[in-house]
Write a protein that binds this ligand. Structure first.
Ligand SMILES: [Zn+2]
Length: 271
């Protein structure tokens, strides 16, 4: 458990000293949004809209539906993560699909997305010449690097997508529960993490949140990110298992879920 305590500390300040926690609390934006219930049967009050900016782009395919409302924590997570990536790759923009309707509730085409804590995020891509690229809709990828259907010239950008994963996991305010994505993309992201020298703790955290859903959409063309309820919104806002060590509360049954151990195929993995 020592490694996990360390993980919580380094990724989310969950295990930080009281003074550090106070410092991070002081950095929190006071969010007036309220997420109620569960992601698949809840509502959202005083939702915060996500706007286009230098680092954020609403996915053109769904832009006119205007379902870009989330909790303050989710909007903050998207903006901070997109900025972190853009700091390393100038001009980089995160393309974002639907979040929730202004007041939450049922959203066409989604099972969850009902209480401002879910968002669909496009993969960062490059074209054949290696230039950063965007598209008007989500682009599916599978085992090969090139797009599986549609625009064959687009490539999955391992480096920027991995940076996005780490930026979200390290966010000081929002706590990520899931980044749903298909198994083949999960594998390539973890490989990228290992190549980039990420710590075992960080890789395990990524392995925990990057998951292909057991049923329904396997997520070959976008991440579906879900965050835990913010402290302020509990207990009206509800979470279900798994509660990772960076969850900033006490799980209902008192037990945190340990992130999985990664079994690499090659010896280098055992570090
Ligand atoms: Zn989704």
């Amino acid at each position: 458990m020592a490694a996990l305590a360390c993980l919580a500390s380094s990724l989310s300040m969950g295990g930080a000293a009281a003074s550090e926690r106070a410092h991070f609390r002081s950095l929190r934006t006071t969010s007036t949004s309220i997420s109620m219930g569960l992601p698949w049967e809840g509502r959202l009050a005083r939702g915060v809209p996500l706007h286009n900016s230098a680092t954020i782009r609403r996915l053109p395919r769904v832009a006119s539906r205007d379902n870009f409302y989330g909790t303050g924590e989710l909007i903050g997570l998207l903006e901070r993560s997109a900025r972190t990536v853009a700091k390393h790759w100038q001009g980089s923009r995160l393309t974002v699909g639907e979040l929730s309707a202004r007041k939450g509730g049922w959203l066409d085409g989604h099972h969850s997305h009902r209480n401002g804590r879910d968002v669909d995020v496009a993969f960062y891509m490059r074209d054949r010449r290696g230039k950063m690229a965007q598209f008007w809709r989500f682009v599916p990828f599978s085992h090969s690097k090139g797009a599986r259907r549609g625009p064959r010239h687009l490539q999955f950008d391992d480096e920027r997508n991995w940076k996005l994963v780490t930026a979200m996991l390290a966010d000081p305010e929002a706590r990520v529960q899931y980044m749903f994505v298909c198994t083949s993309i999960r594998k390539r992201l973890l490989k990228q993490g290992r190549r980039s020298g990420a710590s075992t703790e960080l890789l395990r955290a990524a392995a925990a949140v990057l998951r292909e859903p057991k049923v329904g959409n396997p997520h070959v063309d976008h991440f579906h990110v879900r965050i835990f309820c913010s402290r302020d919104d509990r207990p009206k806002c509800q979470d279900e298992v798994p509660f990772w060590p960076w969850y900033d509360g006490v799980p209902p049954d008192g037990d945190f879920t340990e992130p999985p151990t990664i079994r690499w195929r090659t010896a280098r993995a055992s570090r």
